[in-house]
Ligand binder design. Structure first.
Ligand code: SF4
Length: 242
Protein backbone atom coordinates (compact mmCIF):
# COMPACT_ATOMS: atom_id res chain seq x y z
CA UNK A 1 0.00 0.00 0.00
CA UNK A 2 1.32 3.46 -0.93
CA UNK A 3 1.36 5.76 2.12
CA UNK A 4 1.02 9.50 1.47
CA UNK A 5 3.47 11.72 3.35
CA UNK A 6 1.80 14.31 5.57
CA UNK A 7 3.98 17.49 5.79
CA UNK A 8 2.24 18.32 9.06
CA UNK A 9 4.03 15.37 10.69
CA UNK A 10 7.43 16.90 9.93
CA UNK A 11 6.22 20.32 11.02
CA UNK A 12 4.92 18.90 14.32
CA UNK A 13 8.33 17.36 14.88
CA UNK A 14 10.09 20.69 14.23
CA UNK A 15 7.74 22.58 16.56
CA UNK A 16 8.03 19.92 19.25
CA UNK A 17 11.79 20.42 19.31
CA UNK A 18 11.57 24.22 19.06
CA UNK A 19 9.07 24.52 21.91
CA UNK A 20 10.20 21.53 23.94
CA UNK A 21 10.49 23.51 27.16
CA UNK A 22 7.07 25.14 26.95
CA UNK A 23 3.56 24.17 27.91
CA UNK A 24 0.44 25.98 29.11
CA UNK A 25 0.44 29.70 28.50
CA UNK A 26 4.02 29.81 27.14
CA UNK A 27 3.21 27.26 24.45
CA UNK A 28 -0.05 29.01 23.58
CA UNK A 29 1.76 32.31 23.18
CA UNK A 30 4.35 30.73 20.90
CA UNK A 31 1.68 29.20 18.68
CA UNK A 32 -0.68 32.17 18.60
CA UNK A 33 1.97 34.86 18.08
CA UNK A 34 4.94 33.14 16.40
CA UNK A 35 4.09 29.87 14.69
CA UNK A 36 0.56 30.41 13.35
CA UNK A 37 -0.74 33.91 14.12
CA UNK A 38 -4.23 34.29 12.68
CA UNK A 39 -4.20 30.66 11.51
CA UNK A 40 -4.99 28.92 14.81
CA UNK A 41 -8.37 28.06 16.33
CA UNK A 42 -9.26 26.78 19.78
CA UNK A 43 -11.79 23.95 19.82
CA UNK A 44 -13.69 23.92 23.10
CA UNK A 45 -16.46 21.75 24.51
CA UNK A 46 -17.22 24.39 27.17
CA UNK A 47 -17.21 21.43 29.53
CA UNK A 48 -16.03 20.86 33.07
CA UNK A 49 -12.39 21.97 32.61
CA UNK A 50 -12.72 24.24 29.58
CA UNK A 51 -12.62 27.60 31.34
CA UNK A 52 -8.90 27.30 32.16
CA UNK A 53 -7.74 26.95 28.56
CA UNK A 54 -10.20 29.58 27.38
CA UNK A 55 -8.84 31.98 30.00
CA UNK A 56 -5.22 31.34 28.99
CA UNK A 57 -6.05 31.95 25.33
CA UNK A 58 -8.10 35.07 26.15
CA UNK A 59 -5.13 36.53 28.07
CA UNK A 60 -3.03 36.29 24.90
CA UNK A 61 -5.63 37.17 22.27
CA UNK A 62 -9.38 37.27 23.02
CA UNK A 63 -10.11 37.46 19.30
CA UNK A 64 -8.77 33.93 18.76
CA UNK A 65 -11.47 31.92 16.96
CA UNK A 66 -13.14 29.50 19.39
CA UNK A 67 -15.02 26.65 17.74
CA UNK A 68 -17.87 25.13 19.75
CA UNK A 69 -19.44 22.05 18.20
CA UNK A 70 -23.11 22.69 18.81
CA UNK A 71 -24.35 19.16 18.29
CA UNK A 72 -27.97 19.91 19.12
CA UNK A 73 -27.71 17.49 22.04
CA UNK A 74 -25.98 19.64 24.67
CA UNK A 75 -27.25 20.27 28.18
CA UNK A 76 -28.96 23.66 28.47
CA UNK A 77 -26.41 24.41 31.20
CA UNK A 78 -23.60 24.03 28.67
CA UNK A 79 -25.25 26.39 26.21
CA UNK A 80 -25.64 28.98 28.97
CA UNK A 81 -22.02 28.39 30.01
CA UNK A 82 -20.88 29.30 26.49
CA UNK A 83 -22.54 32.68 27.02
CA UNK A 84 -21.22 33.07 30.56
CA UNK A 85 -17.60 32.36 29.65
CA UNK A 86 -17.77 34.31 26.41
CA UNK A 87 -18.82 37.43 28.30
CA UNK A 88 -16.58 36.87 31.29
CA UNK A 89 -13.43 36.32 29.18
CA UNK A 90 -14.43 38.88 26.51
CA UNK A 91 -14.01 36.31 23.76
CA UNK A 92 -14.99 38.01 20.51
CA UNK A 93 -15.06 35.14 18.02
CA UNK A 94 -16.96 32.14 19.36
CA UNK A 95 -18.13 30.07 16.40
CA UNK A 96 -21.05 27.73 17.07
CA UNK A 97 -20.76 25.00 14.51
CA UNK A 98 -23.87 22.93 13.85
CA UNK A 99 -24.28 19.69 11.91
CA UNK A 100 -25.46 19.99 8.34
CA UNK A 101 -29.26 19.96 8.27
CA UNK A 102 -29.11 17.77 5.18
CA UNK A 103 -26.85 15.20 6.88
CA UNK A 104 -29.10 15.19 9.94
CA UNK A 105 -32.25 14.72 7.85
CA UNK A 106 -30.65 11.98 5.80
CA UNK A 107 -28.97 9.97 8.55
CA UNK A 108 -30.77 10.90 11.77
CA UNK A 109 -34.33 11.73 10.80
CA UNK A 110 -35.77 10.32 14.02
CA UNK A 111 -33.07 11.81 16.29
CA UNK A 112 -32.17 8.37 17.62
CA UNK A 113 -28.84 7.82 15.89
CA UNK A 114 -26.92 8.47 19.15
CA UNK A 115 -28.59 5.37 20.62
CA UNK A 116 -28.37 3.13 17.53
CA UNK A 117 -24.90 4.07 16.33
CA UNK A 118 -23.04 6.63 18.47
CA UNK A 119 -19.93 6.55 16.25
CA UNK A 120 -22.02 7.58 13.26
CA UNK A 121 -23.83 10.20 15.35
CA UNK A 122 -20.52 11.73 16.54
CA UNK A 123 -19.28 11.69 12.99
CA UNK A 124 -22.33 13.56 11.75
CA UNK A 125 -22.60 15.99 14.67
CA UNK A 126 -18.93 16.54 15.54
CA UNK A 127 -16.36 15.24 13.08
CA UNK A 128 -17.85 16.59 9.85
CA UNK A 129 -18.79 20.01 11.32
CA UNK A 130 -15.28 20.32 12.76
CA UNK A 131 -13.69 19.54 9.41
CA UNK A 132 -15.74 22.34 7.88
CA UNK A 133 -15.01 24.78 10.72
CA UNK A 134 -11.24 24.17 10.53
CA UNK A 135 -11.01 24.94 6.82
CA UNK A 136 -8.34 27.63 6.40
CA UNK A 137 -6.68 27.00 9.76
CA UNK A 138 -3.19 25.57 10.02
CA UNK A 139 -3.39 24.59 13.68
CA UNK A 140 -5.92 23.96 16.40
CA UNK A 141 -5.75 23.86 20.17
CA UNK A 142 -7.39 21.20 22.30
CA UNK A 143 -7.95 20.87 26.04
CA UNK A 144 -7.06 17.18 26.37
CA UNK A 145 -4.87 16.04 29.25
CA UNK A 146 -2.93 12.89 30.01
CA UNK A 147 -4.76 12.32 33.27
CA UNK A 148 -7.94 11.66 31.27
CA UNK A 149 -6.43 8.24 30.67
CA UNK A 150 -7.06 5.76 27.85
CA UNK A 151 -5.55 6.88 24.55
CA UNK A 152 -4.85 10.30 26.12
CA UNK A 153 -2.34 8.85 28.58
CA UNK A 154 0.63 9.42 26.25
CA UNK A 155 -0.61 12.65 24.69
CA UNK A 156 2.12 14.84 23.12
CA UNK A 157 1.99 18.61 23.47
CA UNK A 158 2.23 19.02 19.70
CA UNK A 159 1.08 16.51 17.11
CA UNK A 160 -0.04 16.28 13.50
CA UNK A 161 -3.55 15.25 12.53
CA UNK A 162 -5.09 15.12 9.09
CA UNK A 163 -2.77 17.74 7.62
CA UNK A 164 -2.92 20.18 10.53
CA UNK A 165 -0.98 20.82 13.70
CA UNK A 166 -2.77 20.03 16.93
CA UNK A 167 -1.62 21.73 20.14
CA UNK A 168 -2.38 20.24 23.55
CA UNK A 169 -0.95 22.88 25.90
CA UNK A 170 -2.42 21.34 29.07
CA UNK A 171 -1.42 17.75 28.26
CA UNK A 172 0.85 17.53 31.30
CA UNK A 173 -1.52 19.24 33.73
CA UNK A 174 -3.08 17.17 36.51
CA UNK A 175 -6.63 17.36 37.81
CA UNK A 176 -5.26 19.26 40.81
CA UNK A 177 -3.56 21.76 38.48
CA UNK A 178 -6.91 22.43 36.84
CA UNK A 179 -8.63 22.81 40.20
CA UNK A 180 -5.92 25.21 41.37
CA UNK A 181 -6.21 27.26 38.17
CA UNK A 182 -9.98 27.61 38.62
CA UNK A 183 -9.38 28.95 42.14
CA UNK A 184 -6.41 31.18 41.24
CA UNK A 185 -8.17 32.72 38.23
CA UNK A 186 -11.57 32.85 39.97
CA UNK A 187 -13.21 31.11 37.04
CA UNK A 188 -16.92 30.21 37.12
CA UNK A 189 -17.43 26.42 37.15
CA UNK A 190 -19.69 24.61 34.72
CA UNK A 191 -22.97 24.33 36.69
CA UNK A 192 -23.11 20.53 36.30
CA UNK A 193 -19.78 19.92 38.05
CA UNK A 194 -21.60 20.48 41.34
CA UNK A 195 -23.81 17.50 40.44
CA UNK A 196 -20.92 15.09 39.82
CA UNK A 197 -20.32 15.64 36.11
CA UNK A 198 -16.54 15.60 35.68
CA UNK A 199 -16.44 15.36 31.88
CA UNK A 200 -19.33 16.90 29.98
CA UNK A 201 -20.45 16.24 26.42
CA UNK A 202 -23.88 15.73 24.92
CA UNK A 203 -26.70 15.29 27.46
CA UNK A 204 -27.79 12.05 25.80
CA UNK A 205 -24.37 10.45 26.28
CA UNK A 206 -23.10 11.88 29.58
CA UNK A 207 -23.83 10.95 33.18
CA UNK A 208 -22.53 11.97 36.58
CA UNK A 209 -19.76 9.89 38.18
CA UNK A 210 -18.24 9.48 41.62
CA UNK A 211 -14.79 10.69 42.73
CA UNK A 212 -13.63 7.07 42.54
CA UNK A 213 -14.52 6.73 38.86
CA UNK A 214 -12.19 7.66 36.02
CA UNK A 215 -12.75 11.26 35.05
CA UNK A 216 -14.29 10.29 31.70
CA UNK A 217 -16.28 7.30 32.96
CA UNK A 218 -19.54 9.18 32.49
CA UNK A 219 -19.07 9.54 28.73
CA UNK A 220 -20.91 6.88 26.67
CA UNK A 221 -20.99 4.84 29.89
CA UNK A 222 -21.34 1.11 29.39
CA UNK A 223 -20.95 1.28 25.60
CA UNK A 224 -17.20 0.73 25.18
CA UNK A 225 -16.93 4.00 23.27
CA UNK A 226 -14.34 6.37 24.78
CA UNK A 227 -13.74 9.10 22.18
CA UNK A 228 -16.08 11.00 19.89
CA UNK A 229 -13.90 10.74 16.82
CA UNK A 230 -12.55 14.27 16.39
CA UNK A 231 -9.27 13.09 17.91
CA UNK A 232 -8.94 9.96 15.83
CA UNK A 233 -6.85 10.13 12.67
CA UNK A 234 -8.05 9.45 9.18
CA UNK A 235 -7.00 5.83 9.40
CA UNK A 236 -10.41 4.26 8.98
CA UNK A 237 -11.05 3.67 12.69
CA UNK A 238 -14.13 5.90 12.76
CA UNK A 239 -16.94 5.06 10.44
CA UNK A 240 -18.62 7.61 8.26
CA UNK A 241 -22.23 8.44 8.94
CA UNK A 242 -24.57 6.39 6.85
S1 SF4 B 1 -21.91 12.45 22.09
FE1 SF4 B 1 -23.79 11.27 21.71
S2 SF4 B 1 -25.36 12.71 20.96
FE2 SF4 B 1 -23.34 13.74 20.93
S3 SF4 B 1 -22.70 13.53 18.84
FE3 SF4 B 1 -21.80 11.79 19.98
S4 SF4 B 1 -23.31 10.06 19.92
FE4 SF4 B 1 -24.31 11.96 19.18
Amino acid sequence: MLLRFDPAIRQADILSRRYAERDGSALLRAVLTEAYPGRTALVSSFGAEAAVLLQLVAEIDPSTPVIFLDTGRHFPETLRYVETLGERLALTDIRRTAPSARDAAEHDADGGLWRRDPDACCHLRKVLPLERALAGFKAWITGRKRFHGGPRGGLPLIEAANGRIKINPLARWSEADIRDAFARLDLPPHPLTALGYRSIGCATCTRAVTRDDDVRAGRWAGSGKIECGIHIGADGTVRRAG
